[in-house]
Ligand binder design. Sequence first.
Ligand SMILES: [Zn+2]
Ligand SMILES: [Zn+2]
Length: 182
Amino acid sequence: MNPSDRHRPDWHEYFMMLAKLAATRSTCLAFPVGAVIVKNKQILATGYNGPPSKSAHCIDLGYCYPGLDSCSSSQSLPSRAVHAEANAIAQAAKSGESTSGAKIYVTLEPCLNCLKLIISAGIAEVFYETPSSKKGNAVVRDIFLDEQLVKLNRIELSEKTIALAISSLQNQTSSLTMLNLG
Ligand SMILES: [Zn+2]
Ligand SMILES: [Zn+2]
């Protein structure tokens, strides 16, 4: 195979793949979600769904808190999880990175609280993979979009990028066999 034929993910795919990898670290079992904040093509911070720093992980308990049999039960109740986007914004704040004018890649369309936080943190554009299933949120979301406070874009990985990522995860990424991918 000619090395120039090798598929190369574009920037959107690159950052979305990193958000998907971050989601593998989620510790609240309600939803695995990952987020990556990017500015000038540089990563400022990453985040995933889970209880605040030093609070017990749901994944270890099997539930969000005593009295619930799972994290899913907390979908209509308070949850202990800090959402991936909020964790990423908090991480940027903790390390003193300005999020003004940044972009955020997230595996799930932000909930209203995260969207408000994203706007207030000066993040200008959101790229998400899975649309939110909470239809009631659309009214408020669309007000923010009409006010041009933030841009929301849905993106999906191409088949070629998915194949490359799977192969890269399944095999030693830097071995010669990777170069033989069709
Ligand atoms: Zn939980
Ligand atoms: Zn959220």
